[in-house]
Design a protein around this ligand. Structure first.
Ligand SMILES: [Zn+2]
Length: 494
């Protein structure tokens, strides 16, 4: 059921001078700070490098590649991390005729190292061709098997943006950031040990209009630095962009136009449907062992005494088994990233054995137990129920087969819809908690729990995408008319 892998994200900033070398980058970046920051989910600082050509420019015209397929070779990194980079890098290919072929031998256009002492950086566009084939052209300084998908996505998209020729958005020719200049000098002196000259080059200097291809200045671009509010005079929404913006997609498609469906498209590494705009994918294939799975940042046990389930490896792929255990009962959280203010769809496959049961619930926050959303019961007699706000919707389901589970989240209209095998079971306001009609409109995690001794089920192929259904008006609280027996309303795991 799985043949592929998963993906990720992002990065940071700054520019050194022309002809910068890795060693020079070393001197500029305090890597330990960066790693620590990255682990705290604060964006790190990326360095963009230009070989040969010192006239750095935002999307400089002559730095775009003349070809459409780039050969990419890894110089280190675990299988897990490599698969994440492959997956998230390929997201650029959905919007432009530029694809990445991952190879094990020369020749290569891009070479990726994972030197933890060297920050994250990339050479820009076609200048990669000037770098000797035994040297890296891109480095991810803070990726590990514990990195979140959000961070994988943000940093990978950002560095590959550089690799296809894009520069830092905050230095856009039309950027209109009202800098608090002295605060900026102090901030980067303290955090990056940059001189005033380095701050001028990396932050204040804009790219020239004449030598640049550019779209409108886009504070939402994945190529924009994270800029704290304290560095800007007046109003400023701190930019912590972790995904391609609408303008990113549009602009790269203009630089590398897609053909009329005749161009080859990058094969999907994780098992998500082609038509989804995927922001997280989990099919377990990237884990080499249970140990690797246990330290993944996408999965956490509810408590230290709970287990994460068993990663099983079949000839056709890997799945996660959740079965009741009197000693270390599975109780785990899937953490694809906090979702709010938009439309999303979360889909996965679930298999409940004959005579067995399954259970999961929605957690509003990533930290477990703060606020429960709806609870979903798949009882061992093939009857199921959804409970939220002390109401209940009943359904029946099939055992001994893979079920297609789908949660559509619409935070614009404050609605959630739950479907099994394409059939809508129930819809309800996203703000509902398990036991009340008012809570936060937000998704933090799914909690899978071996709720009773009959619990035995398998999980696979999680796809989290933007989109979801757009118009929920007709769904409002459908199928939730019946109130549940009062004894049934409580949160099952306290
Ligand atoms: Zn950068």
């Amino acid at each position: 059921m799985k043949n592929k892998d998963a993906g990720f994200l992002f990065v940071l900033l700054i520019i050194t001078n022309w002809c910068c070398t890795k060693n020079q980058a070393d001197e500029l970046i305090t890597t330990d700070d960066l790693i620590e920051k990255a682990l705290d989910d604060e964006p790190g600082i990326c360095t963009e490098l230009f070989a040969k050509d010192h006239s750095r420019a935002f999307g400089q015209k002559n730095l775009f590649w003349a070809k459409h397929q780039l050969r990419v070779r890894f110089m280190g990194g675990s299988t897990y991390v490599q698969n994440k980079v492959k997956y998230f890098a390929s997201q650029w290919s959905q919007y432009a005729n530029i694809t990445f072929q991952f190879v094990d031998s020369e020749p290569s256009d891009i070479r990726i190292s994972f030197n933890s002492k060297d920050g994250s950086w990339s050479y820009i566009g076609a200048t990669n061709a000037y770098i000797a084939s035994d040297r890296a052209t891109m480095n991810f300084g803070w990726f590990s098997d514990q990195t979140s998908d959000t961070e994988f996505r943000r940093t990978t998209l950002h560095e590959f943006g550089h690799a296809v020729g894009l520069s830092h958005e905050h230095q856009h020719p039309e950027a209109s950031i009202n800098w608090n200049r002295e605060a900026v000098y102090t901030y980067y002196q303290n955090t990056q040990d940059w001189s005033r000259g380095e701050v001028d080059r990396n932050i204040f200097q804009k790219y020239s209009i004449s030598s640049t291809n550019y779209s409108d200045y886009d504070p939402q671009s994945v190529m924009h630095y994270y800029i704290p509010k304290s560095l800007v005079i007046g109003s400023w929404a701190p930019t912590s962009n972790t995904n391609l913006s609408a303008i990113d997609k549009q602009f790269i498609g203009k630089i590398y136009p897609l053909g009329n469906g005749t161009e080859p498209t990058e094969s999907k590494l994780c098992n998500c449907p082609e038509d989804l705009s995927v922001i997280a994918c989990e099919d377990y294939e990237s884990y080499e062992s249970q140990a690797g799975f246990n330290v993944s940042k996408n999965w956490k046990s509810w408590s230290s005494s709970a287990s994460l389930g068993e990663l099983q490896n079949y000839s056709w792929g890997k799945v996660l088994k959740i079965a009741h255990s009197p000693t270390a009962n599975p109780d785990l959280l899937y953490l694809p990233g906090v979702l709010e203010s938009g439309n999303y769809s979360i889909r996965w496959k679930m298999y409940v054995g004959e005579g067995s049961s399954a259970y999961f619930n929605i957690q509003k926050y990533e930290k477990p137990g703060q606020e429960y959303g709806a609870q979903f019961f798949f009882d061992n007699n093939k009857e199921g129920k959804v409970q939220a706000n002390n109401r209940q919707a009943n359904f029946t389901y099939s055992q001994d087969k893979w079920l297609n589970i789908q949660l559509d989240l619409n935070f614009v209209q404050d609605m959630i819809s739950f479907s099994v095998d394409g059939q809508n079971i129930a819809s309800w306001p996203a703000k509902w908690t398990a036991t009340s009609g008012s809570g936060i409109s937000q998704f933090g995690a799914i909690n899978f729990f071996a709720i009773d001794e009959q619990s035995k089920f398998w999980l696979d192929d999680f796809c989290v995408s933007t989109g979801g259904f757009q118009n929920l008006t007709s769904f409002a609280t459908s199928h939730f008319d019946q109130s549940a027996p009062s004894s049934n309303h409580s949160i099952v795991k306290q």
